[in-house]
Design a protein around this ligand. Structure first.
Ligand code: PGA
Length: 243
């Protein structure tokens, strides 16, 4: 299975800060058997594509609209993303689902559009704390994947990121057993998509998390804002997986 470690910078950094962090990453992250990518704000993408051009770091966006163009004020299209050499796009992040009320059908349209335009979607799934406490975690994740994948003929180009909502940005990742169970469950549903874990991945828990079977990489938020921390997470994953 392909391995990927992705940074999600969320809504952080001025263009100057983004540039200097990206340059720092290029200096520090020289080779990796896992794919490495940075998903940044639309405002940063064009400049970052130039900084990452001769490096191993690939570029991703954090959202997109499914239409190519038109009267969708404030939106960004897949064609626009391709025009700045963006290769990946995060879709259905829990913040998009919960704050901006994106539903499974809307996200499915984006997944299909990304694939049509040659972008690799990173489909985020994950339950809230209430859903977990009421025993619905597996149903929620299963629905998000089934609906997110609806009418796709080939899913091998879609990356899944399991991010329990209650572990995102809290500083406390889900425990090993919870992650392991959910990743095994997702693997039983989807045979050929890499499955990343996201939610408070840090240098200090990266080694432990890297040992979980069916965790094919990470989606890293807060800890990806410092090149040194992101590099540390990557190195720990590589050490556990490749020795
Ligand atoms: P976190 O964020 O690593 O800060 O928990 C993860 C994400 O937003 O994808």
């Amino acid at each position: 299975m392909r391995n990927i470690i992705a940074a999600n910078w969320e809504m952080n950094f001025s263009i100057q800060e983004a540039e200097s962090t990206a340059k720092d990453m290029v200096k520090k992250i020289k080779k990796s058997p896992a794919d490495i990518l940075v998903c940044a704000s639309f405002v940063h993408l064009d400049r970052l594509s130039k900084i990452f051009k001769n490096s191993i770091i690939k570029l991703g966006a954090q959202n997109m609209h499914f239409e190519e163009k038109g009267a969708f004020t404030g939106e960004t299209s897949p064609v626009m993303l391709k025009s700045v050499n963006c290769e990946y796009v995060i879709l259905g992040h829990s913040e998009r689902r919960h704050i901006f009320k994106e539903d499974d059908g809307f996200i499915n349209k984006k997944v299909k559009s990304a694939l049509t335009h040659g972008l690799t979607p990173i489909l985020c799934v994950g339950e809230t704390l209430d859903e977990r406490n009421s025993g619905q975690a597996f149903d929620v994740v299963s629905r998000q994947i089934k609906k997110g994948f609806e009418s796709l003929l080939d899913t091998s180009d879609v990356i899944i990121a399991y991010e329990p909502v209650w572990a995102i940005g809290t500083g406390v990742a889900a425990d090993i057993e919870t992650i392991s169970e959910m990743h095994d469950f997702i693997r039983s549903m989807v045979k050929n998509s890499p499955i990343l874990y996201g939610g408070s991945v840090k240098p200090k828990n990266a080694e432990e998390l890297s040992q979980i079977e069916n965790v094919d990489g990470f989606l890293v938020g807060g800890a990806s804002l410092k090149a040194e921390d992101f590099k540390d997470i990557i190195e720990k994953f590589i050490k556990i997986r490749w020795g």
